[in-house]
Design a protein around this ligand. Sequence first.
Ligand SMILES: *Cc1c(COP(=O)(O)O)cnc(C)c1O
Length: 502
Amino acid sequence: MYYQSTRDSNLQVTSAVAIAQGISADGGLFIPSEIPQISMDELKALANKSYAERANMVFGKFLTDFTPEEIAYCTSNAYSTKNFDTEQIAELTGAFDHAQILELWHGPTCAFKDMALQILPYLLTTSLKKNGEDKKVVILVATSGDTGKAALEGFKDVPGTEIMVFYPDQGVSSMQKRQMATQEGSNVTVCALEGNFDDCQNGVKKIFTDQTVKNKLADAGKMFSSANSINWGRLAPQIVYYVSAYVEMAKRGDIQFGDVINVVVPTGNFGNILAAYYAKNMGVPIGKLICASNINKVLTDFIDTGVYDRNRDFYATCSPSMDILISSNLERLLYILTDGDDVQIREWFGKLSTEGRYEVSDAVKEKLQRDFVAGFCDDADTKKTIHDFKEKFDYTCDTHTAVAVKVYQDYVAKTGDTTRTLIASTASPYKFSASVLEAIENQNFDANTDEYAQVAHLAEISGLPIPQSLAELQGKAVRFSEVIRKDDMESYVLHQLGIAES
Ligand SMILES: *Cc1c(COP(=O)(O)O)cnc(C)c1O
């Protein structure tokens, strides 16, 4: 197996090169040349294996240039109770009517990004070694709130790496900001941007693909890579938990091996749901992939109409990690749905950057709608869902997960489809304490209380233990408070790296 670029099918690189580079020089995303298959027997054989062992099997199919020892080194270091507060790594709940929740937030930063970002540093440093690369790697990250912290935790003090994170100044929760601003480590930089997540992501992508900047970096013995889900090293680990969850459901008797399940994913950059699509196409019996958006519903409209149009108002919502109008990973899906038509992809994504809009053919739309269903939910419904779900099932979910729950409930009401369903839960409610409390307590919620008073109060009503990593932040000093304009990103990066501007 080799990796192509979505904008150049003739490109052939190993997974180690794809992971080390992060993004292809032509601006496209690396994508495996085929989707490897997984048989029912292979799935059954995973039943009594640990999460790390399940990961070994999945990675073995995608990272074919890695040795089994290299893969095991990465998975055993990442997926242990050193880093996660549950043996299961991804914790599956019991049933709420016909749905079960897959809690993907038991890692060090309490969001699902840890599932991939705990292992990415191992995959990346192993890749560099395999490639004989001796340059220092500079990881540039654009974050809507959760990737930044998860990447910082993954890469802090990793030899041979430096990491710089950009987040939208007004676009993250106060806990998310606190997590990043207090980050420790000698190789980390955090900077806020006047703008939204798309501005951060565009800025980072531009710097990545700017040849002049790249040359300057190379002269200084450095190279860029990415910890965003444009990096295949982020995507592959996310496939693992869908495979693992299916096996777990069958092992527990929630389903039989071979039964079809639906999957609901609260979606922003389309990485998480694309991983579920890969799991399905590898052979995991998944029926519908239900794409849940907040009011920034560019994906709902795209899946319903085949028109992708980012020319619309941008809203800051109570599910900020999904406040995105340009979903990068859709490019990978469209590459697959057009059977690798790189010319077509270049045309569509060229239009996206010049006109902010493109429309796919009826044939592609039809394929899209065969697998995907989409829905969205505004802040009022998000909060009502948190409230009602807590009341009915005594389960407290965060704002992003609530968007998925609501879209799922709407889907069931509309279709009557009671197929057993897996809902991806992407963050701990403690990351969004104020919104979650407001949802549960309505007018009794006092927004003026201190953040840690809110955390303590949420612990009382939810019965959930307060994650150690969030509790510890309370006394930590703020290390990073700089806010820059989006036009200044490039000079900021060069300056931080000690590279003179010309
Ligand atoms: C990143 C994130 C999402 C969106 O995931 P994508 O892979 O970008 O679609 C949803 N919820 C939370 C809490 C997140 O951090």
